[in-house]
Design a protein around this ligand. Structure first.
Ligand SMILES: Nc1ncnc2c1ncn2[C@@H]1O[C@H](COP(=O)(O)OP(=O)(O)OP(=O)(O)O)[C@@H](O)[C@H]1O
Length: 582
């Protein structure tokens, strides 16, 4: 069943912002101080111009005018320099916050239960880790500093207006009710739309990702038109949310325009009356009008960037929301007694009401080679997932040494049982980093593991040995070597039981002799439960379990099952001569 990952509460976002800001207190205060000084220097301009108007009205010298202009230019240059420095500091500060959010998310994601990640859909997680982080990036690196600068500018400009002429500055007040009404109308309407838009974009990512992943199936089943239609629906929904937010913004913007223009008219009106009554001079009125004009821009910026910040906030709620999923901690006191595996009347459904495993019972003794065969959809992979603890049975038990596999802490579980699938991956990083993924290891251990899988000569031939960069930007690794690195990882993880599911490229006899030899070295001394795709290889197993319709319908050695002449014999008969089965 598809479940979406949760969103963080607003208070979680506030708590997070507070903790990361206080952690970099010094940088934050330094940045704010720079913005404050830059803004104060910027306020000198209108004051000087106001003084100039008064001086010219009363009659002044050319030298005084030249001097004022010189000071004005110096103030402008200083303002630009301080402002640039403050923005630079703000960018660094934003980058730090972003890194914090990203690292926190990655740290948490790798501890999430695989079943949770799968049921949420990788698209949702991917879009939280990519496009939502980008949105937060815009919010933190641009919106937050811009809002800081603009708010400080607005506050100090208002103070300067009041100091210049409190009476004339009263004209500004007419903007307040307009701004309050417009903002109170806009904010509660737009936030859910932004949240919804991000979720719709996550759907678009999921759909695209699934289509690309299942490209072959899409081709084979001629699902192209259906996938395109599916994609179009997801896109339409996302675009619809973008439209809605744009429409809300357009109405809000109209309110803002009124809020900018009204005060200028009010100031000129009050200023005119005050001048006639002799309560204010021309210079004061000029300075206040200039301040009012100067205030419109930062005020517009605050409100405009507030929108970006809302998007960033919505994105942050999605990013931090991942941390609300309980990580796969398991029961740290669980201590398996032995390595025998028991499946006792296990039932399992991916979604309610659609049971896939209908009471499977099976004992696997330590060191056994067990093959699971059966038609497609019989539930073999599902059983493998239960055996590896990826999913827990809905009822019944799957235990190792008497302990529920799914209850074991992830690290501990990896030492007991590892599920090997067809997907093998070399991560961008050094060979050492790639090998030590399951656990830290000494160089000797790494070379031993490489020797076990016959990859030591290859590793020695690399330019920097264990420290050679692999993957994008580094050494390209041939597919066979990718498998060998994966096998070396298994040697280092050293679980007593391996479950080979869909590991066709590993257990198929078409692979090179070298790889076959490496694989048998890894399997040596371990319990192996393999989903057999080649029934021919089932002959070598100690026992074969035949699954059909979510049940084990036959169990025994190849000879016993042939003699019983049941499902296994039929499967083998039906597939004789064919290269694939199961
Ligand atoms: N993640 C999942 N969510 C929902 N249903 C699933 C999921 N994985 C498998 N199923 C369903 O469970 C049933 C059993 O699938 P499973 O993959 O376990 O069978 P299988 O015997 O391994 O088949 P195959 O040989 O084709 O891989 C199928 O009906 C499949 O559609």
């Amino acid at each position: 069943m598809k479940t979406t990952l949760p969103l963080a509460e607003k208070r979680d976002v506030r708590r997070w912002m507070w903790s990361v800001t206080t952690a970099s207190r010094g940088a934050f205060i330094g940045m704010m101080a720079l913005f404050g000084v830059a803004t104060v220097v910027g306020l000198v301009g209108p004051q000087l111009l106001g003084d100039l108007v008064d001086a010219v009205t009363e009659g002044t010298t050319r030298m005084r005018i030249d001097f004022t202009v010189l000071v004005l230019v110096a103030a402008l240059v200083l303002h630009a320099a301080l402002y640039g420095l403050a923005r630079y500091r703000a960018a660094i500060f934003g980058e730090r916050l972003l890194a914090e959010a990203r690292e926190g998310m990655v740290e948490h994601v790798v501890r999430l239960p695989l079943s949770t990640v799968e049921s949420a859909g990788t698209g949702d997680l991917l879009s939280r880790a990519t496009s939502d982080v980008d949105k937060l990036d815009e919010g933190l690196r641009q919106a937050a500093p811009e809002i800081l600068v603009a708010s400080v500018t607005v506050a100090l400009t208002a103070a300067a207006m009041l100091v210049t002429s409190p009476l004339v500055a009263l004209g500004m007040l007419v903007a307040v009710p307009v701004l309050v009404v417009a903002t109170r109308w806009y904010r509660p309407r737009v936030l859910p739309v932004y949240q919804d838009a991000l979720a719709r974009w996550a759907d678009v990512h999921s759909t695209t990702h699934e289509t690309a992943e299942g490209g072959r199936t899409v081709e084979a089943l001629r699902l192209r038109q259906r996938r395109i239609a599916h994609n179009d629906r997801a896109l339409d929904a996302a675009i619809d949310r973008e439209w809605r937010s744009s429409k809300l913004w357009a109405v809000f913007q109209a309110g803002l325009d009124v809020a900018y223009l009204l005060p200028i008219a009010a100031i000129l009106l009050i200023g005119g009356l005050a001048y006639t009554a002799g309560w204010a001079g021309l210079g004061e009125i000029t300075a206040v009008v200039l301040y009012a004009r100067a205030m419109a821009e930062p005020l517009g910026e605050v409100l405009g960037w507030l929108d970006e910040l809302q998007v960033g906030n919505a994105a942050l709620r999605r990013i931090l929301g991942v941390q609300r999923v309980q990580p796969d901690e398991g029961d740290s006191t669980a201590n398996p007694d032995g390595t025998d595996i028991k499946i006792d009347d296990a039932r399992f459904a991916y979604s309610p009401g659609r049971e896939i495993l209908h009471g499977v019972t099976l004992d696997v003794v330590a060191g056994e080679r067990l093959m699971i065969v059966g038609p497609s959809g019989a539930g073999k992979s599902t059983l493998a997932r239960l055996l590896a603890g990826v999913n827990a049975p809905d009822s019944g038990h799957v235990t190792i040494g008497g302990v529920e596999v799914s209850a074991l802490p992830l690290e501990r579980r990896r030492r007991e049982v590892v599920l090997v699938t067809q997907e093998q991956h070399v991560f961008t990083g050094t060979l050492r980093e790639n090998l030590t993924l399951p656990r830290p290891a000494t160089d000797d251990e790494l070379w031993d593991a490489l020797r076990t899988v016959d990859a030591a000569d290859w590793a020695k031939s690399l330019p920097d040995g264990l420290d050679t960069q692999l993957g994008s930007g580094g050494e390209t690794v041939a597919p066979a070597m990718v498998q060998q690195i994966a096998l070396a990882r298994l040697v280092l993880a050293d679980p007593h039981t391996l479950i080979l599911d869909e590991a066709t490229s590993l257990i198929d006899s078409s692979v090179s002799r070298d790889l076959e030899r490496s694989l048998s070295a890894v399997l040596k001394g371990r319990t192996v439960i393999a989903i057999a795709h080649r029934l021919a290889s089932a002959r070598d197993a100690d026992r074969i379990a035949v699954m059909d319709g979510g049940r084990i319908v036959e169990l025994g050695s190849h000879d016993e099952l042939m003699a019983a002449n049941g499902s296994y014999a039929n499967l083998l008969g039906a597939l004789s001569g064919s290269t694939t089965g199961g």
